[in-house]
Write a protein that binds this ligand. Structure first.
Ligand code: HEC
Length: 186
């Protein structure tokens, strides 16, 4: 599934940026969140990647627009993961707070758990089960989107805002095509 980067040389390189932004929380209160990209990144086909690892990373541009994948991850989290992991990645009584997990969980481990699922037996004999989403295209076609939304939440750069009020970059032609291909529409 991992993409091969053949045109890294052509990718535009972006530099670490820090700027303060004001975002409205769900309850209408204003939270001051400092946005800091976690390393040098480059943009390719409407997506952002860390130079160091070529792993995807979230981005917010000078117009305060989030990258499409992070926006989409926010939108889709609520359809696919919210029921167990709670609103905004904050956790529930039976599934962990992903906005905390992703402070330490690697990109590879995240993908592994979501694709393959995981069951862990508890001391009282009950089993905690994360289902495998390997056959669910509504999750598999957007794995990086989920990761980026939760990573931005975990890094404290994206506040508890509904996707509807997130300013975002346009969906690129490449993202559109990859999505159609993943769903087998092309
Ligand atoms: C049916 C309930 C359920 C749904 C739906 C669900 N999960 Fe989970 N998930 C769990 C449970 C329970 C665990 C804890 C498993 C364990 O104890 O190892 C878990 C664990 C995880 C972990 C590992 C967290 C850690 O701290 O190691 C990740 C990552 C994860 N889920 C991502 C997702 C994503 C992304 C979605 C939506 C696409 C999702 N889950 C949907 C129940 C669910």
């Amino acid at each position: 599934m991992r993409r091969v980067f053949t045109s890294i040389g052509l990718a535009s390189v972006l530099f670490v940026s820090v700027h303060a932004v004001s975002i409205a929380a769900d309850d209408g209160a204003s939270n001051e969140v400092v946005y800091k990209s976690p390393g040098e990144s480059y943009k390719e086909d409407g997506k952002y990647f860390l130079k160091e690892s070529d792993n995807p990373i979230y981005n917010k541009n000078d117009k305060d627009e989030w990258d499409w994948l992070t926006f989409n991850g926010n939108r889709r989290y609520h359809a696919e993961c919210h029921v167990c992991h709670g609103p905004l990645g904050l956790g529930s009584s039976f599934a962990p707070a992903l906005a905390t997990s992703l402070k330490t969980l690697s990109y590879e481990k995240f993908r592994d758990v979501v694709v393959n699922g995981r069951s862990v037996k508890q001391p009282d004999g009950s089993v905690n089960s994360m289902p495998s989403f390997g056959n669910n295209k509504n999750v598999m076609c957007f794995l990086d989107d989920f990761y980026l939304y939760l990573k931005a939440r975990a890094d404290g750069v994206l506040g508890p805002i509904p996707h509807r009020v997130m300013k975002k970059e346009a969906k690129s032609k490449d993202i559109r095509e990859e999505e159609a291909e993943c769903f087998g529409d092309s």
